[in-house]
Design a protein around this ligand. Structure first.
Ligand code: ADP
Ligand code: MG
Length: 444
């Protein structure tokens, strides 16, 4: 391949045809990105606006990487920039140093904009306690849980709160990766003393993603000594990891026992209601209008990761900004846009809410009417259909379904089922409706 333009055209061609990127997504986002420059091992990829940048970086990095590899025979580091942004080689590393002492406070992560549910209540209240009286109650605090569940948010909210109350506090937030890199640098440049000095003189150390230190001997030593110095001086230490201390591999026992000495708390996966609350909160902040069936769809299909929940809203938002302006996004478009976030092996859990939303909108009645005792035919018929679909598309018991529809017992559900099953044998229109609804609900 002779020049950048040729390379890029080939890459785009592959992305358009060889990957599972929908037409609309390709046209809206992927086709708009350009190769700005190649420096050493880095591809600087230019995007026309922040929305496209976020969407492409979040959803298609893997695909782009793969297409590049197929085109030129080797992988590159991808650096996404906005059109017009200056290309500075060393400054565009994704591993930005997020050191609070050096970079100031970050308003994105506060306790105020953190949604609390059963899954994170304990972690949340402990984090608040730690930021009220650092070093006194829970030391160290060790938060663990899967990716995208809010650990970084919480640990940075601690920093935010402490600095708000006491702007002079020496609070240091650092990812373990950065810690490792700084340590290596300090060894290379014979500045071990400076490094030690920096970490041992602070009031609050927030060490994110500690799982990265597994198997790293000198890092573990350094952390051990830092830990002891800070701990002995009653300084607060907060750690996060994707697993509890006892499951961290290749970790010195003496370090593991230090971590376990304090308070170890798991951040769990949010339940359906909390996922909806998180989505609503996000939607409000972004000032975007999304129908209940879309919110339902997202909350039902993305159920393991808050970052992905937000990613779904960002993607729809980006699409809305770029294409359809004021038009209301419908469920079809929304589900197409977020296809890449909804993981295919993440078997969708179909909720009763989703079924009622979809049936209600199909028959142009309200969800609350469907769940009410109203007896008019225009409402009772769709209600029976909804009950029937709840029965065949979910694992819920007759009793649960009855309760969901506000019934004291489940006999109504049984008779609705009987009625629909019987009518299906003769009523072609009903059959078609049920087919369409089933497709909409299961997205198959
Ligand atoms: P982790 O560090 O556990 O991988 P993050 O803290 O980075 O996860 O969270 C991922 C994204 O989800 C962030 O944008 C964060 O603000 C958001 N988030 C996670 N949990 C919540 C919550 N309970 N309320 C509001 N936003 C949340
Ligand atoms: Mg994190």
């Amino acid at each position: 391949m002779s020049n950048n333009k040729e390379i890029w055209n080939t890459v785009l061609g592959l992305l358009e045809n060889d990957y599972e990127i929908s037409k609309v997504t390709y046209n809206t986002f992927v086709s708009k990105i350009e190769l700005a420059k190649i420096i050493d091992d880095k591809f600087f990829i230019e995007t026309p606006d922040r929305a496209t940048l976020e969407v492409v970086k979040k959803n298609f990095k893997g695909e782009i990487n793969d297409a590049i590899k197929r085109t030129i025979g080797s992988s590159k580091e991808l650096i996404f920039i906005l059109k017009g942004e200056e290309i500075k080689d060393e400054n565009f590393s994704e591993k930005s140093n997020e050191n609070l002492l050096e970079n100031g406070n970050d308003d994105r992560y506060t306790f105020d904009n953190f949604i609390v549910g059963d899954h994170n209540n304990f972690a949340y209240s402990t984090a608040i306690a730690v930021s009220e009286v650092p070093g006194e109650l829970y030391n160290p605090l060790f938060l663990h849980g899967g990716a995208g569940l809010g650990k970084t948010h919480l640990i940075r909210a601690i920093a935010h709160h402490i600095l708000n109350v006491n702007p002079d506090a020496k609070v240091l937030y650092v990812t373990s990766e950065t810690f490792v890199n700084e340590l290596i640098n300090s060894i290379q440049h014979r500045k071990n003393e400076d490094f030690r000095e920096k970490y041992r003189k602070i009031d609050v150390l927030l060490l994110d993603d500690i799982q990265f230190i597994s198997g790293k001997e000198s890092t573990q030593n350094e952390i051990f000594h830092t830990f002891n110095t800070l701990y002995d001086n009653k300084k607060q230490i907060v750690l996060t990891a994707d697993r509890p201390p006892k499951e961290l591999e290749n970790l010195h026992e003496r370090l593991r026992s230090r971590f376990e000495k304090g308070t170890v708390i798991e951040v769990n996966i949010p339940d359906y209601e909390t996922r909806v609350a998180i989505l609503r909160n996000k939607i409000e902040t972004e000032n975007i209008n999304l129908s209940n069936d879309i919110i339902n769809y997202i909350a039902t299909n993305i159920n393991q990761n808050v970052r992905e929940l937000e990613g779904a809203v960002n993607t729809i938002l980006a699409y809305k900004n770029l294409v359809s302006t004021d038009e209301e996004i419908n469920l079809d478009t929304a589900s197409m846009l977020i296809k890449n976030i909804v993981s295919p092996n993440n078997e969708a859990e179909i909720s009763l809410d989703l079924i009622v939303e979809i049936v209600a909108s199909h028959y142009a009645v309200s969800s609350s009417d469907l769940r009410s005792g109203k007896r008019q035919k225009e409402i009772a018929n769709p209600r029976h259909i909804a009950m029937y679909l709840c029965r065949i598309l979910t694992e819920k018991s007759l009793k649960d379904i009855g309760k969901f529809f506000g019934k004291k017992d489940h006999t109504t559900v049984i008779s609705a089922n009987k009625k629909i099953s019987k009518n299906l044998k003769t009523d072609e229109g009903l059959k078609r409706d049920i087919d369409i609804l089933t497709k909409k609900i299961t997205r198959k």
